[in-house]
Design a protein around this ligand. Sequence first.
Ligand code: VTB
Length: 335
Amino acid sequence: MNRDLAMAFSRVTEGAALAGYKWLGRGDKNAADGAAVEVMRCLLNKTEIRGEIVIGEGEIDDAPMLYIGEQVGRGGDEVDIAVDPIEGTRMTAMGQSNALSVLAAGEKGSFLRAPDMYMEKLVVGPGAKGCIDLDKPLMENLRNIAIALNKPLQELVVITLAKPRHDQVIAEMQQHGVRVFAVPDGDVAASILSCMPDSDVDAMYCIGGAPEGVVSAAVIRALNGDMQGRLLPRHQVKGDTEENRRHGAKELERCAEMGVEAGKLLKLEDMARSENVVFAATGITKGDLLEGISRKGDIATTETLVIRGRSRTIRRIKSIHYLDRKDPEVRDIIM
Ligand code: VTB
């Protein structure tokens, strides 16, 4: 993959983030997402790639744009692309922190194709690579991570999502003295934080979205961290009601069609098969990983993280955008 694509992809997430920002705090998740999707697609189609969306907004029937299987780009390197135009539509709609626009690209066949369902995930940075095993209890994993990092359990920092389904594990971790950072939403940013050399987060554990898991796997691989995951049907996560069971049964059917197995342990290499990946994320709202967008009149500032797996270079790009100078099709959505 041409390394200059890193710059091209940062432009794509910047545009999508600016589109999401326009809807910040307006209580309309779908409008925010729709705008980001449209800009992301438009900018991807101006990029010199022959790309296929492998993690996107869903299946063609219910996602008009950036659906799984959609071809994007105007010709060039053949790449698979995993996108989350707004990772945190609720955060964007409600003006909460940590919302990002995210894209990962890799050589053909790089990413696991998984349905949009839940995934249990455990992520660590390079220092604890090879020490995790999701088939073992979480506390045993955390003890092993602490040993690998040469610190007492009481100094371990684990980030998770503050969701009712995690109340019990959060309490258990805290009873054992682990420091828990429970953020409301956004496990992609949380996963990246656990692999960044300048962060004090040691691990990320949660049950979140599978697409978010695959996007995270790409960047974790690029950062030489480690991750394991397990696909879970809805009724095992959200309560064993009739509706959830019906929904869960459909997810299991999709798994069978796509050749993946729910409940089975997935290793990092199963989810991200090559380290020749490029990852770009632009902050929409201020978070622990990235600055949010700020805008005065028609001038907006963005911060974007760009990571190239091959060289493992981590760049932060601060951009100032004169919105009225953007291409008309983008300008009309972001202004
Ligand atoms: C998950 C997580 C995301 O939303 O998809 C979560 O992976 C949805 O959780 O990072 P619920 O089903 O409990 O609402 C995020 O936190 C944000 O998109």
